[in-house]
Design a protein around this ligand. Structure first.
Ligand SMILES: [Mg+2]
Length: 341
C-alpha cells in the first residue's frame, strides 16, 4: 500500500487543512493496512505481501502471467441499500477471478484499491473486506497489496487479480473457427433477474445466489484448458449476447444460437425460469462461454455444460427459434440493464 495520495487537496489556501486531513487519513490507512495484514492469508505463490513497497510473487516455472483489473463502483455496480458490504466485497473479487478462469488460468494473488467517502462507517469497510477475503480464501488467493484513499463521492473499489497459465496455453477470445459448437456453463440471467426484482421491490427467490454469491468457474476453465477442449473462451460478465459478440469479433466468425437450448436460471419461488431477455442480455452471470470442435461432456467439475449453438462463416449473430425461424441477435448486455442501478 502506497502513501495516501498527497494530491488529494490541491489548492494553496487549504494547505493547513490538507495537512490535518493527510495525517488523519494516514492513521486511518495505517489501521486499515494493519487490519488487512492480519486478515489476509498468504499463499504458495506469495513471497512477500502487504507491508513492502511491492508484492513479490512466484510464478510457476514455464508459466506466463495473467493480469486483469475491474472496477466496482457505487451506483454503477452496486447500491448500498441493496447490497450488504460482504456482498459488495465478494462481487468485487469475483470479477477478477472469473476473468482468470476464462483464460484457463490459476489465480495467484489479488490487489485491492479502495476509495471510500468520510460518510462510510468502518463497519462497512470491515464487512466489505470480510466478503472479499471469504471468496479469496475459498480460492486460496492471497490479498497481496493495494491502496486506500478518501473518495469525494461514492465508494470505488478496483480489484487486480494476477494469475498464471502454462506458456502459450491461455485460452483466448480469438481462437474460434467456423463450424465449432458453442457451449455455456451453468445457467444464465439469474443475476439480472435478481437485480430487476430488488429494484422493483419484489422478493428474490431461486436466483438469489447467482446475484449475491456467484462462484467463479476456475476449475471448469482449468479443466477445459488442460484438455485443449476450448478453442476460444470468455466469462459471461456483460451478458451472453455481448460476450458472444466479443468472441465473434476477435475470432472473425459468426454465431447461430438456438433459443430453446439456452439454459435459463430459475427465478422467484415457483419453478419458473427467467425471461429470454435476461438470459440473453443480463450481466454478472460469471459463467464460461466457449467454443469447441471436440466432444464436451454434459458436466465438468460438477457444473452443467450446455451446447447452445454453433459458429459460422457468415458474420453476425443469429437466433433460431424452435420453429426454425431465424432473426438477427444484437448485443445488448450489461449497459442495457444498468439503468436499474
Ligand atoms: Mg471477462
Amino acid at each position: 500500500m502506497g502513501p495516501f495520495p498527497p494530491t488529494l487537496r490541491h489548492s494553496e489556501g487549504s494547505r493547513v487543512i490538507c495537512r490535518v486531513i493527510v495525517i488523519k487519513m494516514s492513521l486511518a490507512e495505517k489501521k486499515l493496512i494493519q487490519r488487512l495484514r492480519r486478515l489476509a492469508k498468504g499463499g504458495p505463490s506469495l513471497v512477500t505481501g502487504i507491508g513492502d513497497d511491492a508484492a513479490v510473487l512466484r510464478v510457476p516455472p514455464g508459466h506466463e502471467m495473467l493480469v486483469t483489473t475491474d472496477f466496482s463502483i457505487e451506483k454503477v455496480h452496486f447500491r448500498r441499500e441493496w447490497h450488504r458490504p460482504q456482498v459488495v466485497g465478494w462481487r468485487c473479487l469475483i470479477r477478477g477471478l472469473s476473468d482468470i478462469a476464462a483464460m484457463g488460468g490459476e489465480p495467484l494473488a489479488a490487489f485491492l484499491s479502495l476509495a471510500v467517502g468520510s460518510d462510510v462507517p468502518r463497519t462497512w469497510v470491515d464487512g466489505f473486506l470480510k466478503g472479499l477475503l471469504e471468496l479469496a480464501q475459498e480460492f486460496n488467493v492471497p490479498l497481496a497489496g493495494g491502496d486506500t484513499a478518501e473518495s469525494a463521492g461514492g465508494i470505488q473499489a478496483d480489484i487486480v487479480v494476477v494469475g498464471s497459465v502454462p506458456a502459450g496455453k491461455a485460452v483466448l477470445r480469438s481462437g474460434a473457427t467456423p463450424g465449432e459448437q458453442i457451449y455455456v456453463t451453468g445457467d444464465l440471467g439469474g443475476s439480472a433477474s435478481a437485480l430487476a426484482r430488488i429494484s422493483a421491490g419484489r422478493p428474490v427467490g431461486a436466483e438469489y445466489f447467482r446475484h449475491f454469491r456467484p462462484v467463479p468457474r476456475v476449475a471448469v476453465g482449468r479443466w477445459l484448458r488442460e484438455r485443449g477442449i476450448a478453442s476460444a473462451m470468455i466469462d459471461v460478465s456483460d451478458g451472453l449476447s455481448t460476450d458472444l459478440e466479443h468472441i465473434c469479433e476477435e475470432s472473425h466468425v459468426g454465431a447461430d444460437i438456438e433459443v430453446a437450448a439456452i439454459p435459463r436460471a430459475p427465478t422467484g419461488h415457483s419453478k419458473k425460469l427467467v425471461s429470454l431477455e435476461f438470459a440473453l442480455h443480463g450481466g454478472d452471470d460469471y459463467e464460461l462461454l466457449f467454443t469447441s470442435s471436440r466432444p464436451v461432456p454434459p458436466e465438468v467439475e460438477g457444473i452443467p455444460v450446455t451446447r447452445i449453438g454453433k459458429t459460422t462463416v457468415a458474420a453476425g449473430m443469429r437466433l433460431l427459434d424452435s420453429e426454425g425461424r431465424m432473426k438477427v441477435l444484437k448485443a445488448g448486455g450489461w449497459e442495457h440493464f444498468r439503468h436499474n442501478l
